[in-house]
Design a protein around this ligand. Structure first.
Ligand code: OXD
Ligand code: MN
Length: 592
C-alpha cells in the first residue's frame, strides 16, 4: 500500500467521517455493483437494456447542471499568480472554509477512493490523480473518463507524485459549493456539485487547471483542444488540434464524417476536449489526449451533426438530464427525430411537446468510453502521442471573424488565440449568447496568470524547429437575417482540407489584413451562393477598428505581465487595419 496515499485517505476520512471506504479497482464486477447501488438508491435509472444496453440515466438538481465559474478558485500563496482572469482565494482560507463544509459530510455515505491515470498507460506524458468522492455517479463517470483503478495504482507505485482530488456532494447547494485548486500543493477540493466539469476532477481541474500549472513549470502545454488526424485520399494523415470554447463543436469536429463529395477523406479521432502538447526531440509538437472517454453535449447531437457520436452512445453510456421516453430510450432537442408524444423530462416531470418546455436540459450530457467511437484513431493510446501540424483557434461569432485565415507565424497565432472571443453557451451557468474574450478557450481553465500563460506559449514556439501553423476559424458567421452562412459539421472538412494542405506547404493563399485567406476552397457538391461566400470572408474594417479597441482594453488587464510579443502583434494588425480605408477590399494588403 502506498504510504502517502493511505495517510491522505485516512486524513480525509477523519474529516468527512464516511460510513465505509471503498477502494476502486476498476473491474467489471465493481462496475455492476456500483450500478446496482445507484439504481437501488434512485440516484440513477435504468434505460431499456434491449434498446440501449448498458445505458443509464441520471437527473440532477436544477441548479447543478453546468460549471459554476463564479465558485471556482485558484488558491495560490500570492494572488498575482492567479492573474486577473481567475477567482482567487488564499490557500489557508480555502482549506478552512471547505473543511467546515466537508466536516462529517460523508456520514452514512461511502467514500470511494479512485486512483486514475490521465493519458495512455506507459506514456512519459501521463499523470496520476486520486479522487476521493462520496458520489457513485461521479465514480461511474470517472470510470469512463479516465483509466481508473488497479492500473493507476500500479502506475503510481509508492510515489507521492499524484494530484490529490477531494470531492464531496455535501448538500449539493450552491451556497456550499466551491471548486478550489491548490496548484502549489498539487491538490483540488471540490464540494457541493456533482456536475461533470465541477466534479470529475481529472477533467477540467487536473487536466487543465493543475495541468497548465505543471506544464508551465515543466515545459509543456495543457490545452482545451480537440485532436484529430485528417487523412487525404492518398492516405497521408495530418494531425490538427483545435481550441474552441465549450459547446462550439469540438466533439463534432473531432468525429467529423466527410461529405459525400469528399471521397477518400477520413477523420481519425484522438480526443474531443483536452490536449497535452509536448515539444518533441524532432522539433515538432506532440499531442496526447489525457482522457479515456467523452463527456459530450447531447442537445444538437444527431445523425446529421455527428453520426459517429450517435453510433457510440447506443451502449455503455451514462446520460445526464435528457428526456426518457416510455420505451426507456432517450430524446433531446436537435436529435433529429420527432419528439415522443410524452416522456419524463430532465426535471423528472411528465412532459409533452405541447408544453413548449425543454425536454432535455440545454447542457444535457452523455458519458461514453472513447474506444466505442467508430472514428477512434489507431493512435489514440500511443504513449508518444501524435505530431500536430496545425492548430486551430475558433469561437462562436455571428460577425467579425471570417470562415478561416492562417496567421502569419507562431507569435501572430498566439496573438489570435489570446484575443479570441465567443458567445457564451449553456456549458457554464449564467447568461448565454454574450460575447466574451476567451483566450485559447482557456479563460475558465487556466490555472495561473494568463499573461504568463501567453509568454509560455511564445517560449514554447521559439523552441520548436517545426512548429504547427496556426489558423483561426469561425463556423458560426451569420447573415443579416440571422441565418448561418456556412453549413458546418461534415462540411467543415472543406476548410480542414485547405488547412492541412497549407500545413504541408501545398495550397495557395492570398494575403489579407488578418493573415492568409484561401485562394481556393473545395466547394464541390456544396450549394453556396457567391454572396454567402463573399460574406463568409468579409473583413469589415469599421468592425475591426472597434474590435482592436476592445482587444487593447482586454490586453491591458494583464498589465506588464503581458509579453511584448503580443503587443507587437496587436500593433502590426492595428497598422494594417488603419491603412485600409473603410469599405475597401481588405484582401489587397499584405499580411504582416
Ligand atoms: C466541457 C466544458 O464539459 O468545456 O468540456 O464545459
Ligand atoms: Mn470542454
Amino acid at each position: 500500500m502506498n504510504p502517502f496515499l493511505s495517510r491522505w485517505v485516512e486524513e480525509i476520512a477523519q474529516l468527512t467521517c464516511p460510513e465505509k471506504i471503498h477502494w476502486c479497482d476498476g473491474s467489471e464486477g465493481e462496475k455492476s455493483a456500483l450500478l446496482q447501488q445507484a439504481l437501488a438508491s434512485g440516484g440513477m435509472e435504468e434505460l431499456s437494456q434491449t434498446l440501449l444496453p448498458g445505458c443509464y440515466l441520471r437527473r440532477t438538481p436544477e441548479h447543478d447542471t453546468a460549471r459554476t465559474e463564479q465558485l471556482t478558485f485558484i488558491c495560490t500563496g500570492k494572488k498575482e499568480d492567479a492573474g486577473p482572469t481567475n477567482n482567487w482565494m488564499a490557500p489557508r482560507e480555502a482549506y478552512e472554509k471547505l473543511s467546515l463544509i466537508f466536516d462529517h459530510s460523508m456520514a452514512e455515505r461511502t467514500l470511494y477512493v479512485i486512483p486514475f491515470l490521465m493519458g495512455p498507460l506507459g506514456s512519459p506524458y501521463s499523470r496520476i490523480g486520486v479522487q476521493l468522492t462520496d458520489s457513485i455517479y461521479v465514480a461511474l463517470n470517472m470510470r469512463i473518463m479516465t483509466r481508473m483503478g488497479q492500473v493507476a495504482l500500479e502506475a503510481l507505485g509508492n510515489s507521492n507524485n499524484f494530484t490529490r482530488c477531494l470531492h464531496g456532494k455535501a448538500d449539493l447547494e450552491m451556497h456550499h459549493r466551491f471548486i478550489c485548486h491548490f496548484p502549489e500543493d498539487n491538490t483540488v477540493w471540490s464540494v457541493g456539485s456533482a456536475y461533470g466539469g465541477n466534479a470529475l476532477l481529472g477533467k477540467k481541474s487536473l487536466s487543465l487547471r493543475i495541468g497548465s500549472w505543471m506544464g508551465q513549470k515543466e515545459g509543456w502545454l495543457a490545452e482545451h483542444m480537440m485532436i484529430a488526424g485528417i487523412e487525404d485520399p492518398e492516405g497521408n494523415i495530418t494531425y490538427v488540434a483545435g481550441a474552441f470554447p465549450s459547446q462550439c463543436g469540438k466533439t463534432n469536429l473531432a468525429m467529423l464524417v466527410p461529405p459525400p463529395s469528399m471521397k477518400g477523406w477520413k477523420v481519425h479521432t484522438i480526443g474531443d476536449d483536452i490536449a497535452w502538447l509536448h515539444p518533441g526531440p524532432d522539433g515538432r509538437l506532440w499531442a496526447i489526449n489525457p482522457e479515456a472517454g467523452f463527456f459530450g453535449v447531447a442537445p444538437g447531437t444527431s445523425q446529421k451533426t455527428n453520426p459517429n457520436a450517435m453510433a457510440m452512445i447506443q451502449k455503455n453510456t451514462i446520460y445526464t438530464n435528457v428526456l426518457k421516453t416510455p420505451e426507456g430510450t432517450v430524446w433531446w432537442e436537435g436529435v433529429g427525430t420527432p419528439p415522443p408524444e410524452q416522456g419524463i423530462d430532465w426535471r423528472g416531470r411528465h412532459w409533452t411537446p405541447a408544453q413548449g418546455e425543454h425536454a432535455a436540459h440545454p447542457n444535457a450530457r452523455f458519458t461514453v468510453p472513447a474506444a466505442q467511437c467508430p472514428s477512434i484513431s489507431k493512435e489514440w493510446q500511443n504513449p508518444q502521442g501524435v505530431p500536430v501540424s496545425a492548430i486551430l483557434f475558433g469561437g462562436r461569432r455571428a460577425g467579425l471573424q471570417p470562415l478561416v485565415y492562417e496567421t502569419s507565424g507562431w507569435n501572430a497565432g498566439v496573438y489570435a488565440g489570446a484575443t479570441m472571443s465567443s458567445e457564451t453557451t449553456a456549458a457554464a451557468m449564467g447568461q448565454t449568447g454574450v460575447v466574451r474574450r476567451d483566450p485559447m478557450a482557456m479563460l475558465p481553465f487556466c490555472g495561473y496568470h494568463m499573461g504568463q500563460y501567453f509568454s509560455h506559449w511564445i517560449r514554447t514556439g521559439a523552441q520548436l524547429q517545426n512548429p504547427p501553423k496556426i489558423f483561426h476559424v469561425n463556423w458560426f458567421r451569420k447573415d443579416s437575417k440571422g441565418n448561418f452562412l456556412w453549413p458546418g459539421f461534415g462540411e467543415n472538412l472543406r476548410v480542414l482540407q485547405w488547412i492541412v494542405e497549407r500545413a504541408r506547404g501545398e495550397a495557395g493563399a492570398r494575403a489579407s489584413v488578418l493573415g492568409y485567406i484561401p485562394e481556393h476552397l473545395n466547394l464541390d457538391g456544396l450549394r453556396l451562393s457567391q454572396n454567402a461566400f463573399g460574406e463568409l470572408f468579409n473583413i469589415d474594417i469599421q468592425e475591426w477598428r472597434e474590435e482592436l479597441e476592445y482587444r487593447k482594453r482586454f490586453l491591458e488587464t494583464f498589465g506588464n505581465v503581458l509579453p511584448e510579443e503580443i503587443w507587437k502583434e496587436q500593433a502590426l494588425l492595428q497598422e494594417n487595419i488603419s491603412k485600409t480605408p473603410i469599405g475597401a477590399d481588405a484582401y489587397v494588403h499584405p499580411a504582416n
